[in-house]
Design a protein around this ligand. Structure first.
Ligand code: HGY
Ligand code: MN
Ligand code: MN
Ligand code: MN
Length: 415
């Protein structure tokens, strides 16, 4: 049976069920402050993956796992020859992550499937929900790893060799959790890709808008910087004879901040990770390693920021050397007009306030946009805070974003 077309525009998700699923998944890796720590390819990630696979199977989906561990849950359409309409996101989190970053997009996709089942709606094209491996790039670099391999941005063999700080490779970690799939991680024809996500910034809440119609995402360059001086005794070593790696690193960290400010308001510069050696109270630091995350709306600005940080790394006190290695680069990514308009008209149809927005965060949609017509749907998060255990979102916004996803996907799947 198929709901007549006019009924389709009145179809709505079950927001309470989506919220319950989010809270159930959030229990896996729950932290005392109400967040989630579920690092990519850990035992907790396995538990989260298994729960999604169980729910997707209960919703009648077939499951494919590809060679980088991406999960695809497929609900057949009437015409198996048509390219599917895809949605999805990630369930790996930051160490101090929240309940919604990534998890929302995966479970909103599952809720679309559950709703179509409830109403016995069969789409012309199949619908698939993807769980992309290691979007966060916290345990393993690069960031957006699974979607990047799928889209051909990273070679599989090299990516499988990437290791974490304990020298465990991606390949080993995939085997350990049982998600080393056999489906080749290669992109296939896709009718459209939509990703629902919390904004992770303050704009929608400040504007009191419910939906962000995401037109694209900032470009990013990530670096690993190593500053080498000389460990020495904190007492007998005169100030003028020191080769203090941490002092030199402090200068560079301030420089990252100044480079971003020089490209305000859209330039972004962050040092999020730092390792100080030997990290002892009465030893002058001999070596410091830290991360640099630069973002900008144009490749020209990104290139200018790159030149500035590299120049700063050459201007050091004698006796201190600096090595800088770029570990991630992707240019600013515009999304596709037809899919952006599908999001906009769904928001209009639902009478939801909405505004166009560029994503400061990277998302799997950035790589999917290389191989499929793509757009994203943002909803507000409390105080614009994310990558923090206090990350929060309103049930009504969770439901609103899910309904926009449903209508946008149905429009593309030609019910
Ligand atoms: O870093 C990012 O923008 C994303 O959260 N991985
Ligand atoms: Mn995310
Ligand atoms: Mn994130
Ligand atoms: Mn409008």
């Amino acid at each position: 049976m198929n709901a007549p077309n006019h009924a389709v525009s009145t179809v709505r998700i079950n927001g309470a069920r989506l919220w319950q699923s989010l809270m159930a998944l959030a229990k896996i890796g729950a932290t005392p402050k109400g967040g989630v720590c579920r690092l990519a390819l850990t035992e907790l990630d396995r538990q989260g993956r298994d729960l999604f696979v169980q729910w997707a199977r209960e919703a009648g989906c077939t499951i494919r796992i590809d060679t980088i561990g991406n999960i695809f849950a497929r609900r057949e359409g009437r015409n198996p020859d048509l390219p599917p309409v895809l949605t999805g996101s990630h369930i790996d989190t930051q160490p101090t992550g929240g309940k919604f970053d990534g998890n929302y997009g995966v479970l909103a996709g599952l809720e679309v499937l559950r709703t179509l089942n409830d109403l016995d709606i069969q789409t012309e094209a199949a619908i698939e929900v993807a769980v992309w491996t290691n979007e966060e790039g916290s345990r393993f670099v690069p960031v957006m790893m699974g979607s990047g391999v799928f889209a051909g941005a990273f070679p599989l063999a090299d990516t499988l060799k990437q290791t974490d700080v304990k020298n465990i490779s991606v390949a080993t970690a995939l085997e350990q959790i049982g998600y080393a799939g056999t489906t080749p991680s290669e992109h296939f024809p896709i009718k459209a890709y939509f990703e629902a996500h919390i904004e992770q910034g303050p704009i929608l809440e400040a504007r009191r808008d419910t939906i962000g119609v995401v037109t694209g995402a900032l470009g990013q360059r990530w670096y690993d910087v190593t500053v080498t001086g000389m460990e020495a005794h904190a007492g007998p070593t005169p100030m003028e004879l020191r080769k203090d790696a941490l002092l030199a690193a402090a200068d560079l960290i301030r420089c990252v901040n100044q480079i971003a400010l020089a490209h305000a308001p859209h330039g972004r510069g962050t040092v999020g990770w730092l390792d100080n050696y030997p990290n002892s109270r009465n030893v002058i630091p001999g070596q410091v390693k830290f991360s640099v995350d630069l973002r900008a709306p144009s490749d020209e600005i990104l290139l200018a920021m790159d030149a500035s940080i590299r120049k700063a790394c050459t201007q050091q006190e004698t006796g201190v050397s600096v090595d800088i290695e770029q570990v991630v680069y992707f240019p600013p990514q515009p999304f596709h007009a037809e899919q952006v308009n599908a999001v906009k008209s769904a928001a209009d149809q639902l009478g939801l306030s909405h505004t166009e927005i560029v994503s400061g965060a990277g998302h799997d949609a950035v790589y999917l946009a290389r191989v499929a017509p793509t757009a994203m749907i943002f909803i507000p998060c409390k105080d614009g805070i994310s990558h923090n255990e206090i990350e929060d979102a309103k049930p009504e916004h969770i439901t609103a974003g899910g309904n926009v996803l449903l209508l946008a996907m149905l429009a593309q799947a030609h019910v």
